[in-house]
Design a protein around this ligand. Structure first.
Ligand SMILES: *[C@@H]1O[C@H](CO)[C@@H](O)[C@H](O)[C@H]1NC(C)=O
Ligand SMILES: *[C@@H]1O[C@H](CO)[C@@H](O)[C@H](O)[C@H]1NC(C)=O
Ligand SMILES: *[C@@H]1O[C@H](CO)[C@@H](O)[C@H](O)[C@H]1NC(C)=O
Ligand SMILES: *[C@@H]1O[C@H](CO)[C@@H](O)[C@H](O)[C@H]1NC(C)=O
Ligand SMILES: *[C@@H]1O[C@H](CO)[C@@H](O)[C@H](O)[C@H]1NC(C)=O
Ligand SMILES: *[C@@H]1O[C@H](CO)[C@@H](O)[C@H](O)[C@H]1NC(C)=O
Length: 439
């Protein structure tokens, strides 16, 4: 029996990590504006030294990013430009892609900074003998993410009639190199599961010309993911079919967990887009768990999930969904399998906390890789939760009130050698840190 010791396992109970993090007071952090959260951690704030995200196309600064990225921002063909614009839903999803990629640029910029300046937890002993190679590779990934932003925001600008998705200020709930890489592996998993939802929206709205570009980014994120997973001692390709996700899950996860409340200038634009009569993105309340789920491969009865309001603005009273105590269900997504919904008992603990007790069917459902849990409520729901049929992640998202709770059932390479992958895998849970802040 080998128990892998990736620091990601420590992400169980993330809020504890957040409060335990040492205060950072390094004035040489060029990218911050000096604002901190209650734990003393500085928020990452754009622009970068090269002016990003405000990069002129073309410009010398764009060329420098392209050089670092090993490639180019897509070059448009010499065809007569169409004045047709994408549909409202497709344009909203382009905005989501820009929003997500901005968060990724912030993350990699800060990680590169931490390694470069030997910030405690990111020193040579933490990063290991491949430090220089890792730094060089992360620098490539960071530039590639910058181009992802410019591409998505360019499309968003054109199709929205001149709007641009602005960055937030970001706070990352990690304090060591391994935790950071585990978080990178987790969010690239989520992104790979979410971009097919974007493609589905493009297809459903006849915006076929946008599908290819997103597909080219899915594979790119998968290549990055394999690198991060390799550093963690995990199988580079962790699943035959990645776990399906939905745009509203990824959007909610970023806002709930990585942004400084009140700092996202484009939230309203994405939630209530003036250019899309069909509406915008949904932001759900926060779902975390009070129960140890172990390696995620076993059935755990009576898991207590807690729901708290997402903090988006300075006013603590701001709530996205009311904390309703009507019948609710927990729905699980894993791999490309049909969503599975289980019943819960619901208990209002306080004005700001509601608990959902439900079973975690890790063994029954053979959970592996990314597991997404959300609290769902179907319109006019009368039936047993277990009989509710959701076709896919989009339908689950349409019924979601709280979430996503993200949990990674890890498959370590060492376990492949010992032939015991079903019993010795470690796991990492990602619980939103939003509840740890009190703005
Ligand atoms: C980018 O430029 C716009 C328009 O000048 C400005 O409003 C915005 O604050 C800039 N963004 C950053 C991150 O500097
Ligand atoms: C281009 O990048 C340089 C640093 O490499 C920076 O000094 C300059 O301000 C940037 N230009 C613009 C227009 O932001
Ligand atoms: C498009 O036409 C311009 C001007 O003739 C030329 O410089 C450019 O290389 C062409 N681009 C492509 C992709 O063929
Ligand atoms: C696009 O161009 C065509 C032909 O020039 C024109 O008839 C149409 O009104 C234009 N559509 C928009 C949305 O501007
Ligand atoms: C960088 O290091 C600081 C200080 O420990 C930490 O708070 C932050 O989360 C780290 N960021 C990343 C992306 O690793
Ligand atoms: C980071 O994770 C790797 C892979 O699991 C492990 O070999 C290494 O010892 C860990 N480093 C630290 C400082 O915990």
């Amino acid at each position: 029996m080998r128990s892998t010791t990736i620091a990601a396992a420590a992400l169980l109970g993330l809020s504890a990590i957040v409060s335990a993090r040492p205060a950072t007071d390094d004035a040489s952090y060029q990218y911050t504006d000096g604002s901190t959260n209650e734990n003393g951690q500085e928020a990452f704030d754009f622009p970068l030294d090269n002016g990003f995200p405000n990069i002129t196309v073309p410009s010398a600064n764009l060329s420098a990013i392209e050089l670092a990225s090993l490639g180019e921002l897509p070059i448009a063909p010499n065809v007569t430009a169409s004045n047709a614009t994408a549909s409202g839903p497709s344009t909203v999803d382009l905005g989501f892609v820009a929003f997500n990629e901005l968060f990724e640029v912030a993350f990699f910029t800060e990680l590169i900074y931490n390694i470069t300046y030997n910030v405690p937890g990111f020193g040579p002993d933490d990063v290991g003998p491949q430090r220089d190679e890792i730094l060089a590779i992360l620098t490539v990934h960071q530039a590639q993410e910058e181009l992802h932003v410019l591409n998505a925001n360019g499309g968003f600008f054109k199709n929205s009639g001149g709007f641009t998705v602005e960055p937030c200020e970001y706070i990352f709930p990690v304090s060591t190199f391994n935790e950071s890489i585990a978080l990178a592996a987790l969010f690239t998993d989520v992104v790979q599961g979410t971009l097919p939802d974007v493609q589905t929206t493009f297809g459903a709205n006849q915006d076929v010309g946008l599908i290819r570009g997103v597909g080219l980014v899915i594979g790119q994120e998968g290549e990055q993911d394999g690198f991060y997973r390799g550093l963690l001692g995990l199988a580079p390709a962790g699943l035959p079919f990645n776990t399906q996700s939905a745009v509203d899950f990824a959007f909610s996860a970023i806002v709930q967990s990585f942004t400084k409340p009140g700092s996202c200038k484009s939230l309203d634009l994405l939630q209530h887009p003036p250019f899309a009569t069909s509406g915008g993105l949904s932001l759900f309340d926060v779902l975390s768990t009070e129960t140890d789920l172990g390696n995620g491969k076993e059935d755990v009865a009576g898991v207590v999930f807690s729901g708290t309001p997402v903090q988006v603005v300075a006013a603590p009273s701001a709530q996205v969904n009311s904390l309703i105590t009507e019948a609710q269900c927990i729905t699980y997504l894993n791999q490309a399998n049909a969503p599975v919904t289980v019943s819960t008992t619901t208990k209002q603990v306080s004005n700001a906390v509601v608990e959902f007790t439900a079973d975690f069917p890790g063994k029954i459902l053979d959970f592996s890789g990314l597991v997404i849990a959300v609290v769902t409520q179907s319109a006019g729901q009368q039936e047993d939760c277990a009989s509710i049929v959701f076709a896919d992640a989009s339908e689950v998202a349409a019924a979601t009130k709280f979430g996503p709770f993200l949990f990674e059932v890890n498959n370590a390479v060492a376990d492949l050698l010992s032939g015991s992958s079903s019993s010795t895998t470690s796991s990492s849970a990602y619980t939103s840190s939003a509840s740890a802040y009190s703005y």
